[in-house]
Design a binder for this molecule. Structure first.
Ligand code: HPA
Length: 272
């Protein structure tokens, strides 16, 4: 199937099964069960969406859920596609094209990330102010999809200023200490070396992770407003004298889930 045809077919199937929404949320590790908070929820498994890739990471259910939360119609992606799993950039970002095709104008991306900024500690939430792409990949390489956006899209406001201000305001109301910083996309799947972390700190990164940037680029290209929030699940390699392991990452994600969910819920409530 041609890529545009895959997008169209998937969009049609999703619309028929669960409808569309005002805002979409990509659930990162730790927020996986946030979809349970949707009222009147309808869902569709990725495996039932024609043209959709299949999720492989354990703990990711692999489904789209649509329902109401905080007075908004919300579509959540439970399980995302990572390039380190071997998915092409087209596959990683196909769900975003489908959301755009369904008329969704706002996207909230969440993730687990390693803390590079030494003022952070594990368990912090970080509002993403900007990104650095060190993966060597870009999802817009290839023929431009003119139906969605221009060949050379501007990235100077990749994480929407208005939504960032709103998130800070909501964090303040909830007394959540929301950090801010630059997210650097590394390809993974191994965690970075201490030398790489020293390098990205010099380059201006505050956190590192293996997702989010391709989805952000495609959402911006598609004319969507993006809000990004990272859960700093661990300090990045070499910051502390201890190894990084996936279990710790998941455990910290679970620990801050309450604040994370409360923040996103308030943001959705106050979004126009
Ligand atoms: N590095 C990259 N990705 C991550 C990390 C990390 O330290 N923690 C959670 N995701």
């Amino acid at each position: 199937m041609e890529y545009m045809e895959r997008i169209e077919k998937a969009a049609l199937a999703v619309k028929e099964a669960i409808g569309t929404a005002d805002v979409a949320v990509i659930l990162g590790s730790g927020l996986g069960d946030f979809g349970n908070e949707l009222e009147n929820a309808q869902e569709i498994a990725y495996s039932d969406i024609p043209g959709f890739p299949h999720a492989t990471v354990k703990g990711h259910a692999g489904k789209l859920i649509c329902g109401q939360l905080a007075g908004k119609q919300v579509m959540m992606m439970s399980g995302r596609f990572h390039s380190y799993e071997g998915h092409s950039m087209e596959d990683v970002t196909l769900p975003i094209r489908v959301m755009a095709r369904l008329g969704i104008k706002k996207l909230i991306v969440t993730n687990a990330a390693g803390g590079v900024n030494t003022d952070f500690s594990a368990g912090a939430l970080m509002l993403i102010t900007d990104f650095i792409n060190l993966s060597g990949k870009n999802p817009l390489v290839g023929e431009n999809l003119d139906a969605f956006g221009p060949r050379f899209p501007d990235m100077s406001n990749a994480y929407d200023k208005g939504l960032r201000a709103l998130a800070l305001e909501c964090a303040k109301e909830l007394k959540i200490d929301l950090k801010q910083g630059v997210y650097c996309w590394m390809s993974g799947p191994c965690y970075e070396t201490p030398a790489e972390i020293r390098m990205v700190r010099i380059l201006g990164a505050d956190a590192v992770g293996m997702s989010t940037v391709p989805e952000t680029i495609v959402a911006v290209h598609s004319g969507m407003q993006v809000l990004g929030v990272s859960c700093i699940t661990n300090m990045a390699a070499g910051v502390l004298d201890q190894p990084i392991n996936h279990e710790e990452v998941m455990e910290t994600g679970r620990r801050v889930r309450g604040d994370f969910a409360a923040l996103l819920t308030r943001v959705m409530e106050k979004m126009n």
